[in-house]
Design a protein around this ligand. Structure first.
Ligand code: IPD
Ligand code: CA
Ligand code: CA
Length: 260
């Protein structure tokens, strides 16, 4: 078993603390106060409270860092960047679907070095650190070995409301008729963690933010997977669109998305 680096211990402390609170709220969904940030884009009092717990806990250990958070925006500090998504999968949460992730990642010089994703409902704690592998509840994660896309289950994010983009139905068509099934988890962090865990064989989505994908990208890489943009160009922390896979089926998916 890999010993967790100190930074992961700190992130774990923060997400488990926030997770306790979130778990309580999950059991009392009817009392949630829900506001709309835009069409089909919700924020609850649980998102705000969770984010505050994370920031308060992390600030004790990293008082000088820059924080990039989904709900409170950017808190400017030094070159050490900490990225937070307090609930990835808010719509799932509101509907009582247990696929959510509390996400924290550390980025230095544009490189993601450490990340955690915690699903307090399933009690799944994922972490990855550069060079130290990907882990979930003390088990080492590896991407799947499937070679033939026809045997593969592929995750995606379906655009909704004003996020619709024109080629998406064609993309679904091109992928779904060649694979064993598509999945829409409703939480990008969980899609990425599940690719790292070998449950999904690949995943693509467009129009994401760094807090959705930061920790998950590192999990996939450290589990032996490949990360790029859907057109095969390299992915960096400013990219909005992403394709990840077990690496065996990367090019075939890329080709299918590209010829549209
Ligand atoms: C969303 C989820 C979802 C993805 C959306 C994200 P949120 O994050 O990751 O799976 O399709 O694009 O915005 O709003 O639940 O933190
Ligand atoms: Ca998110
Ligand atoms: Ca969120």
């Amino acid at each position: 078993m890999q010993i967790q680096p100190p930074v992961i211990n700190i992130f774990e402390k923060a997400v488990r603390k926030a997770g306790k609170y979130l778990l309580r709220d999950f059991g009392e969904i009817e009392n949630l106060q829900i506001q709309s940030k835009g069409l089909g884009d919700f924020v609850t009092n649980a998102d705000l409270k969770t984010e505050q717990i994370l920031i308060d806990t992390l600030k004790y250990y990293y008082p000088e860092a820059t924080y990039i958070t989904e709900e409170s925006g950017k808190i400017i500090g030094n070159e050490e960047m900490i990225v937070i998504d307090p609930i990835d999968g808010t719509t799932n949460f509101i509907h009582g679907i247990p696929l959510v992730g509390i996400v924290i990642a550390k980025i230095i010089n544009e490189e993601i070095t450490d990340g955690v994703i915690y699903n307090p409902i399933l009690d799944d704690f994922f972490w990855a650190s550069k060079g130290k592998g990907s882990w979930c509840n003390n088990n080492r994660l590896r991407v799947s070995k499937r070679q033939d896309i026809i045997d593969c289950i592929i995750g995606t994010g379906i655009p909704h409301m004003d996020r619709i983009y024109p080629q998406y139905l064609k993309e679904i068509d091109a992928i779904t008729k060649n694979c064993a099934g598509l999945r829409r988890m409703g939480a990008a962090s969980i899609d990425l963690a599940y690719v790292a865990a070998g449950k999904l064989d690949a995943y693509w989505e467009r129009n994401l933010n760094i807090w959705d994908v930061s920790a998950g990208v590192l999990l996939v890489k450290e589990a032996g997977g490949r990360v790029s943009q859907p057109n095969g160009e390299s992915w960096d922390i400013h990219s909005k669109d992403i394709l990840v896979s077990n690496s065996n089926i990367h090019e075939i998916i890329q080709e299918k998305l590209e010829i549209i």
